[in-house]
Design a protein around this ligand. Structure first.
Ligand SMILES: [Mg+2]
Length: 257
């Protein structure tokens, strides 16, 4: 393995968590926004249709890796309820903003995250690669949690057009850093998107189980997908101390070679 020159992270459930009521709050704001714009829907019925539309669109992203967007889910959900509103309609744009405003308010940094990034900064380039359909909302979350200035490179799938585990998402990291993929460690919580995705793209994956090990409710972005257990040989960490130890040990091994 190459010497590690950059460390990149997933965002949700890796660096930050979201309060468990974020999804119902977000949906409530979405429905209220639609109502303000003359599109009255029953919240429960809409929520089920929105969820189904999200599942359908996410299934498509698994085929070609292309990112989806909440505006399509809302348009499809409204169509299922009998209203034809195009995805680019301004009423849907307003509903998207209302929906993501909940995530902005209810996202929390995992304790010690800023200190970790400050500790790593002198020795590594730092990056972020998040599967998030609405790029501006992810950027706003990073700004609000005072994380943006700690990264040399931030890539959001909604801006890029591809989502993890597609290799193009990880290629954007190595291209942005101008580094060989093998010299980049990628830290994430999702076995399929983060760990297998990074490994298949030639990066060095590290699986973080901080959220899983503490039974913290998973951030409800896209509907939860079943994940296979990680097979052997992938480094696993449960806190930031273990990550700095792991990186320090890798560095020592390289020096001894
Ligand atoms: Mg995650």
């Amino acid at each position: 393995m190459n010497a590690v020159k950059a460390v990149a992270f997933d965002l949700f459930n890796t660096l930050i968590t979201v309060e468990p009521d974020a999804l119902p709050v977000a949906l409530g704001r979405l429905v209220a926004s639609l109502a303000r714009n003359g599109l009255e829907v029953d919240e429960q019925v809409f929520a089920a249709a929105h969820r189904q539309a999200a599942l359908d669109h996410v299934a498509k992203t698994r085929i070609d890796g292309r990112e989806t967007h909440n505006r399509f889910w809302i348009s499809d959900a409204l169509a299922a309820l009998g209203s034809n509103v195009m995805p680019d309609d301004r009423r849907i744009a307003a509903a998207v903003e209302a929906y993501f405003s909940a995530f902005l308010e209810l996202s929390r940094r995992i304790p010690g995250t800023r200190r970790l990034l400050e500790t790593l900064r002198p020795d590594y380039r730092l990056g972020l690669l998040s599967n998030f359909t609405h790029g501006p909302a992810a950027s706003a979350v990073l700004d609000q949690l005072e994380l943006t200035p700690l990264f040399d490179l931030v890539i959001i799938s909604g801006d890029l057009g591809y989502r993890k585990p597609h290799p193009r998402a990880f290629e954007a990291l190595s291209r942005g850093f101008q580094l060989e993929p093998g010299s980049i460690v990628f830290v994430g919580d999702d076995p399929e998107c983060d760990v297998h995705g990074a490994r298949n793209a030639g990066l060095q994956p590290v699986w973080t189980t901080y959220v899983r090990d503490r039974n913290i409710p998973f951030a409800p972005g896209l509907p939860a997908e079943p994940t296979d257990p990680i097979d052997g040989g992938i480094p696993r960490i449960s806190d930031w101390h273990q990550l700095t130890n792991y990186l320090g040990n890798e560095r020592k091994k390289k020096r001894q070679m």
